[in-house]
Each structure stands twice: as C-alpha cells, then as structure tokens.
Ligand binder design. Structure first.
Ligand SMILES: [Zn+2]
Length: 347
C-alpha cells in the first residue's frame, strides 16, 4: 500500500498514471496476484486477507481517479498559462479606420428618430417595378419616371417577367414604406435609411449611388402640422437649435400636397456670407435643399389596403450624404465617395 502511495505521488502525467494502474490492477498486476492466491488460503485467512485485498483494490481505484482529475487540471492550467494574452500590451493602432461620415450621419439621424418613437425598417436593394414605381402612383407612362430612372437588372432575367414584376436597383427607399403598409399594422411610424441608385450625370451634388433616409407616419388624424413639427425638431437636434426650415410647394406623384424643404445653411448660418464673401455651400442664398415631404396620396394608401377616409399620413425623405456634408462642413457630398483619407480621417 505504501509502495503504491509513493509511486502515485511521483506520477505527473497521464501515461505514467496508466502504467501505475496496470502495474497494480492490470491482468498481471500485483493486486491481481494477491487476489489469485486467496483461493489457496485457509478459511480464516480468506476472510481477513480477502476482505483486506478488496478494500485495497477500491482504495487504489479511488486514488487513481483522484490523481487523474489532478493531472487534467494541471494540464489545462498549463495551456492557460502558455496561451495567455496580455491585453494591455501596446500595439500600433494607426490605420485601423473608423466609421465613414455617411454612416456616422445616418446613425445620428436614426438615434434622433428613435427618440421620437420611430422604428427602423429595411428592404431589398433589388426591387420590383411595382414597389419602386406603380404602387407609388408612378405608372409606366408617368413623366416622373424619368427623374427616377435607374439601373435595370439584365434583360436575361427580366425578359420573361410581367411588366410589374421586372427587377431594378431601387431608385429610392420608398418601396420599404409600401412593404411596411402592406403588413396591415396601423398606426405606422417608421424610417427607412439605405442605399439607392439612379442613372445620373455626376456633379458636386449628384452621384449614381447615394444614401437616403425616408420616413412614414400613418394613423388617424395625422396632419401637415405634425409633419412640420417632426422635421423641425429633427433638424434642430441634428444641426443646431437655431436651424430654420423653409417649405416650398412642389409636386410628387406619391404625396399631395407636397413640398421641397430647405434648411438654413450651416456654413454661413443662413446669412449667405462667410467672412464677407459669398457662401459657396448655398450659393449665397442662405438655404440648402435637404429634404422633401408631403401628405401621403390617397391612391397610395388605398393600394396598400388602408382606408384613406379614416387614415391619413405624411412621408418625407432626405439625402444622408448632403446632410453629412452640412453636419460636418464638407463642401461637396461627392467627396464622400472618393476614398480620400485626408477627408474621412477628420471625422
Ligand atoms: Zn451658406
């Protein structure tokens, strides 16, 4: 017994433990030999030695199991020590990058709208013609389609489809509003930020791919006053508290009445001048066109299964790129797409 205990104390790994187990409890082990000899003993000796031998066997097994657990714990402790990572070690952090100004502006807007009780909705960038145009009161022969002309999915895919089912890259995030209304859950209070595409001649304010944020509120008794309050509150929070909004009458197929919404220029504080020179951001007008808005057209509500006599709603949209330019004082929103590190690193 004491031999066994001494040997067990010296064991430090699994292989040695197996060897010891075999030495004592194996087919040709020491204990096996004792137990085998028991049958030749007198009845008296059988009782004492036999019982003793069996007790020893149980004790050996218990001790071996305990040692196995100790070895396992020691192995894992060693792995932990070998693979430890010092998170406080200094590592050069240059060029790790950060959020793009457009993402940053989008998240600022999302936070403001969420604080006003809006939910965020998302939708596919490849849309059907029906959701991108027809359901928004823009049928195939409507002149407004020219404004939103976009990139169509290849003829190979579209050639066998019905006219409403043809696929295109979405020219606005408005299809998300249609999808939300079709769910049939009222009231609706959502924003839909996302990427959109248009066939555009590129200049300082136009790119063929840009980011929009559109919003939609539908419920009982929703008015144009609610729309004005919402946009005024959001722009004051996003830009600064003295920001002014100017609504100009406009025409959109999906809203009636409709308005273009200008915001007082942040660069010249609406004065049109910066250091006694004309402000280039707003062409010295003091206003920058950032949003469009209006009351949802009854046709659009009806086609989405909403009773326009009982419910009304407003919708609005904004160019996140242009808002980012205003928020961060950048003179052209196109610069955000030119991968200029010197520009992006400033935010
Ligand atoms: Zn200005």
């Amino acid at each position: 017994m004491s031999d066994f205990s001494t040997s067990l104390n010296e064991v430090s790994n699994e292989a040695a433990l197996k060897e010891l187990e075999s030495e004592y409890l194996g087919k040709k082990g020491k204990l096996k030999a004792i137990l085998a000899g028991v049958k030749d003993l007198s009845i008296e000796d059988k009782k004492t030695i036999g019982v003793k031998a069996n007790e020893m066997k149980k004790q050996f097994i218990t001790d071996l199991e305990k040692k196995a657990v100790e070895i396992e714990i020691a192995v894992f402790a060693q792995i932990e020590a070998d693979e430890a990572i010092d998170v406080t070690v200094w590592y050069p952090s240059e060029n790790l990058g950060h959020k793009h100004p457009i993402s940053h502006a989008s998240e600022l807007l999302e936070d403001i709208f969420i604080s006003l009780g809006f939910k965020i909705e998302d939708g596919p960038q490849v849309e059907s013609e029906e959701f991108a145009f027809d359901k928004l009161n823009i049928p195939a022969d409507h002149p407004a389609r020219d404004v939103w002309d976009t990139f169509w999915i290849s003829d190979d895919i579209n050639k066998d489809k019905d006219i409403w089912d043809r696929l295109l890259l979405r020219p606005h995030t408005s299809p998300v509003q249609i999808r939300t209304m079709l769910k049939g859950e009222l009231p609706v209070k959502i924003i839909a930020p996302g990427r959109v595409f248009r066939y555009e001649q590129e200049d300082a304010r136009h790119t063929c791919n840009f980011y929009q944020l559109e919003g939609l509120v539908v419920g009982e008794g929703v008015t144009f006053g609610d729309l004005k309050w919402t946009l005024d509150t959001v722009m004051k929070q996003l830009l600064w508290e003295k920001t002014q909004l100017r609504f100009r009458p406009s025409i959109f197929p999906f809203t009636e009445p409709s308005a273009e919404v200008d915001v007082s220029c942040q660069i010249c504080s609406g004065t049109g001048e910066v250091k006694w020179k004309k402000c280039s951001m707003c062409s010295a007008t003091g206003w920058v066109e950032l949003l469009w808005a209006g009351m949802v057209h009854p046709n659009v509500l009806e086609w989405c299964g909403i009773d326009h006599k009982k419910y009304s709603g407003f919708a609005f949209g904004m160019w996140i790129d242009r808002i980012a330019a205003q928020r961060f004082g950048v003179s052209s929103s196109r610069m955000f797409y030119q991968n200029k590190l010197k520009l992006n690193e400033q935010f």
